[in-house]
Design a protein around this ligand. Structure first.
Ligand code: KIV
Ligand code: NA
Length: 278
């Protein structure tokens, strides 16, 4: 498949062809995302923090952490448009610091676009990045980088005021130049409404079936992640069971002496050579 472009994503929205986005954190997960021609966007999500690095939240993930993993994902990515999350704290202090950090992610991390969590308060950053040609995906609704300020990971926009705020944020971010909008954990009515109000594609996670596309965390989708399962997660595989069974079987085979097999899994010396050696 040809490289997916922003134009192609906009065309998918226009033709109501759902956009498929999936996260990746390293070379093998990037190859897995690219193995399907149906994957449109690969996201180096900062869920990297919990899923791969054992941090307790995305707020602990640093810019160097993200660059290191984005490089590995870039080496395995083929056709999907490649986006990375800007880590917590890397785009709030000033517009120029945000642009400098974005440039590092693109030059060192080798990604094509960046995702930023925030509403109207990050509009100037989104505008500047767009002006200088850095593609920005905005992320509204539940913003995991703000889980402390939000007192947890909760559905957003359930009240009239909350919903109005999200719509105003979405419109402002679109006006500032975002090429797409990720909408996380909002009522499906609002996911649909925001999608209809915007001209750019929306990518939902826990935002119902009416957004322009969907995203899931790779480990949630595969069923390798044994932590909390959000309502919006569907496990398309049960790899944890398969994986842990293989680890157990290997241990059993070593302990009971059936691994390695002397014929199938071992090398042998020529008989005469061995006789001379002895
Ligand atoms: O970091 C992440 O995995 C995300 C989700 C929205 C997929 O941002
Ligand atoms: Na993220």
């Amino acid at each position: 498949r040809k490289k997916v472009t922003i134009q192609a994503l906009h065309d998918m929205r226009q033709s109501k062809t759902p956009i498929t986005m999936l996260t990746a954190y390293d070379y093998p997960s990037a190859l897995a995302c690219s193995s399907s021609t149906l994957t449109d966007i690969t996201l180096v999500g900062d869920s990297l923090a919990q899923v791969c690095l054992g941090y307790t939240s995305t707020t602990q993930l640093t810019l160097p952490d993200m660059i290191h993993h984005a490089q590995a994902v870039a080496r395995g990515t083929t056709h999907p448009f490649l986006v990375a999350d800007m880590p917590y704290g890397s785009y709030y202090s000033s517009v120029s610091d945000a642009v400098a950090n974005a440039v590092r992610l693109i030059q060192e991390g080798k990604v094509e676009g960046l995702k930023l969590e925030g509403g109207r308060e990050i509009v100037e950053v989104v505008r500047r990045m767009t002006e200088v040609g850095i593609p920005v995906m905005a992320h509204i609704g539940l913003m995991p980088q703000r889980h402390c300020a939000l007192s947890g990971y909760k559905v957003q926009g359930k009240s009239v005021e909350g919903a109005k705020k999200l719509v105003a944020d979405a419109l402002a971010l679109e006006e500032a130049g975002a090429f797409a909008m990720l909408v996380e954990a909002v009522p499906q009515e609002l996911g649909k409404y925001i999608t209809e109000r915007l001209k750019i594609p929306t990518i939902g996670i826990g935002a119902g079936p009416h957004t322009s596309g969907q995203v899931l965390v790779y480990d949630d989708m595969l069923g390798t992640w044994s932590g909390h399962k959000a309502k919006f997660v569907r496990r398309f595989g049960n790899l944890k069971e398969v994986r842990d069974q293989a680890v157990l079987s290997y241990g059993e085979a070593v302990k009971n002496g059936t691994f390695p097999d002397p014929q199938a899994e071992s090398y042998s010396m020529d008989k005469d050579e061995w006789a001379r050696f002895m």
